[in-house]
Design a binder for this molecule. Structure first.
Ligand code: ADE
Length: 225
């Protein structure tokens, strides 16, 4: 899989790709991530990429021309499954979307900034818009990093134990059940006996029951789907 990220702050987004599971996925060539500085496609030598909005109002808007040039250059090299725009005014990212996107071959992610992008970018160049939650960030970079992490960990071979992504919270619309490790007794807090029993069918039943209880209590909306 190849991910091309278009941003006005490449340095802001690079760090999450330089550690842990995501770094290992890149080192193992399971995913390629490329960062593109939008200013390289600026309109003039001063790096102009944004302007005031027509009709007045606070905040600068990213112009269509640099973005179009950048996306067109990428598209001339390969086909893309999706051109994604990170923005708070979109449907919220969930596990189903991450699962679907993890099957892509090539995707472009455009990070918004300032007051957003010219609407014509969204009409003409974007195939999918994603928000990471109902709050406003300073830009799309952190959202793009979250999206990439959620996708990359699902690529076969990225996680050591193939089943561990399948048993994540949300994979079956349930939150994960509680987990425990040694010691089995800490300050009189006991690990549930069933988990020490070695009876794996019963352990599975217990886990499903606990996952359901937790989901009902914390995220009942998930059970309505
Ligand atoms: N850019 C600003 N806020 C955002 C959000 N909530 N999700 C994705 N991109 C954003």
């Amino acid at each position: 899989m190849r991910i091309d990220i278009i941003t006005v702050s490449p340095e802001l987004i690079k760090s999450p790709f330089e550690h842990s599971i995501i770094k290992r996925a890149i080192d193992k060539n399971l995913v390629e991530v490329h960062f593109h500085d939008l200013r390289k496609y600026a309109l003039n030598k001063y790096g102009k990429i944004d302007d005031y909005q027509f009709g007045g109002g606070a905040g600068m808007v990213l112009m269509i021309e640099p973005i179009d040039k950048c996306i067109t250059a990428l598209k001339s090299e390969r086909e893309y499954d999706e051109v994604i725009y990170m923005t708070p005014d979109a449907k919220t990212l969930n596990q189903k979307t991450a699962n679907k996107l993890s099957l892509s071959k090539n995707i472009i992610i455009l990070c918004g900034h300032y007051k957003g992008v010219d609407q014509r970018v969204r009409d003409l160049l974007i195939t999918k818009e994603i928000s990471i939650g109902d709050y406003v960030l300073s830009g799309g970079e952190l959202g793009a990093a979250v999206l990439c992490d959620s996708i990359i960990r699902l690529i076969p071979g990225v996680l050591g134990d193939e089943t561990s992504a399948l048993t994540d919270s949300f994979q079956d619309n349930l939150l994960s059940p509680p987990v425990y490790t040694r010691p089995s007794n800490y300050k009189d807090l006991e690990v549930p006996e069933i988990l020490l029993s070695g009876n794996f069918p019963e352990i599975e039943k217990w886990r499903t029951k606990k996952a359901l209880e937790r989901t009902k209590k914390i995220r009942p909306d998930l059970l309505e789907d």
